[in-house]
Design a protein around this ligand. Structure first.
Ligand SMILES: [Fe+2]
Length: 242
């Protein structure tokens, strides 16, 4: 089995969150395949009830998102890397080159979702609670209020045609805060940005609960934004300054 999610009550889940799950780096989802040959990607551990993100997300949609969508990105990423390694080692240059689309798509899917589980947290664990700090100050200097920035990112995300993500991100060149979108499962890094917070605008992230009311989903997702993690992401991004 790829994962074994622990089962706690919602109350217990909140006490477990900070020490078990949300402090983990996504590289924890990576382990040796054996014999020191290559590493396999694995799902990051999920130490909360799938119902812990209610009322923003139902138990069913979180379970499907994690055990279905995210798990499939992990599987396909491992499969693609195996094929790529085989193609390279056997000198099949054209085949190796053709695998880049699968590699880009599934690596992005795994990375983006591993980050998602960290920059959200249940309401009972401080979800949605904006914290004072350098990020809040910078947001207010640009958008006036945090609420204005949220609305602006929701509007930016709504412009995505098809599937993708909306991001509060730092431009790696200027270190300025920007609101961007990435298509499909592309990461912000692919376009020269570092992620702080993202809105998964794929249908699998909202349709079960919201049907076509995508705007309501964008509005509600902020109730489980993990501002401690988002501030931490900002600190990491700003530390890249030369
Ligand atoms: Fe997703």
């Amino acid at each position: 089995m790829l994962f074994s999610p622990a089962k706690f009550s919602v109350a217990q889940a909140c006490s477990q969150l900070s020490r078990n799950f949300f402090n983990k780096n996504i590289t924890s989802g990576y382990k040796a395949a054996g014999a020191g040959i290559r590493l396999k990607h694995t799902l990051p551990e999920f130490h909360v009830e799938f119902s812990a993100f209610a009322p923003v997300w139902s138990e069913e949609i979180v379970k499907n998102h994690y055990t279905g969508n995210h798990a499939l990105y992990v599987k396909n990423l491992n499969d693609t890397e195996t094929k790529l390694q085989d193609a390279i080692s056997s000198g099949k240059t054209v085949e190796a080159g053709n695998l880049h689309r699968n590699l880009r798509f599934n690596s992005g899917g795994h990375v983006n979702h591993s980050r998602l589980w960290k920059f959200i947290t249940p309401v009972c664990n401080g979800g949605g609670k904006v914290i004072d700090g350098s990020l809040k100050k910078q947001i207010e200097s640009i958008w006036g209020t945090v609420e204005n920035m949220m609305l602006a990112l929701n509007n930016t995300t709504a412009t995505i045609q098809g599937s993708g993500w909306g991001w509060l991100a730092v431009n790696k060149q200027t270190l300025n805060l920007e609101l961007i979108t990435t298509p499909n499962q592309d990461t912000p890094e692919y376009y020269g940005y570092l992620h702080l917070f993202g809105i998964d605008a794929w249908e699998h992230a909202f349709y079960l609960d919201y049907k076509t009311a995508k705007a309501a989903y964008f509005k509600n997702i902020w109730q489980i934004a993990n501002w401690k993690q988002i501030q931490k992401n900002y600190d990491i991004a700003m530390a890249t300054k030369a």
